[in-house]
Write a protein that binds this ligand. Sequence first.
Ligand SMILES: [Zn+2]
Length: 271
Amino acid sequence: MGSLVTALASYCDIKQRGGSWHVRIDDIDPQRAGVGALEHISQALAAHGLLGDAPIRYQSQRLANYRTACQQLTALCYYCNCSRRSLQGLRLYPGNCRHKLTYAPDHTLRILADQQPRSFEDGCKGRHDFVATADFGDIIIWRRDGLVTYHLATAHDDALDYSHVLRGEDLFAMTAPQIFLMDKLNLKPPQYAHIPVLTYADGTKLSKQTHAPALNSATPVANLGRALWHLGQLAPPKGASVAQCLEWAVAHWQLDVVPTQLAPFREADYR
Ligand SMILES: [Zn+2]
C-alpha cells in the first residue's frame, strides 16, 4: 500500500502537468533485487492501471553508462579502504584516504566534497540549502565489490531521463548528495517533490521488515480509493472502474493538499 500511494501520487502529479509517467526498477544490487519481487511489482502496478508511457527501465542494463559517469568524476575521487567499523559513529567521512589516488582492489571510490553553497526547491518541502563538506562529506560513488552506488546511478538517471521526480520523504536526504553529483557531471537536476510515506499509527514505515500485508491486486478500485484518501485527495465516484478512478484522480489531483503526515495505515481497514 505504501508503494501504491507513492506511485499513484507521482502518476497523478505528472499526468496533470501533461507529462508522461515512467517506471524504473533500481536493481543494481543483485543481492537485494529478487526476480520474483520485480515481477510482482510490475503486475501490481498493471492491476491498478499504472502503466508507464515507455517500457520499464532497469538500472542493471545501464552499467556501462554508470561506468562512463564514474570516469568523468575520477579526477575528483580517491580510493578508500576504511572498514565500516573504523568509521562507526562518525557523521562525515574524516578523509583518512584522501592521498590514495591510484586504483587498488577492494577499495571504494569516494568523491571529494566541496564548499560551494547549493540549493534546490522541493515541490512539497520548499527550498533546501546545503553545503557538501558540511552536510554529507566525501560520498562513495563506486563500491568495493565493483558495483555502482545508488547515489551515482540515481543521480545519473534522474538528471538525464526525467523532468520531475516525486518520491517518498524517506529519500529526501539522498537529494542533496545526488544534486551534488549531477552538478559534478554537468547535468541539470530534475524538479523534486517529496511526499510523506505511509506509516502505521506509531510512525513506523510499512515494509517487508515490519510485515506489512501484501497489496491485494484483486481489489484495485478499493486500493486506489484508499490511496487517494491517505493522500488527502477527493474520493472517486462510486462504481468507477480502475481507468475511471485514475482519470478522476488525475483531474482532481492537488499536490498542495497532501498532508504533511499521511493518515496512518490500519490493517483493520483492509479486512
Ligand atoms: Zn578511507
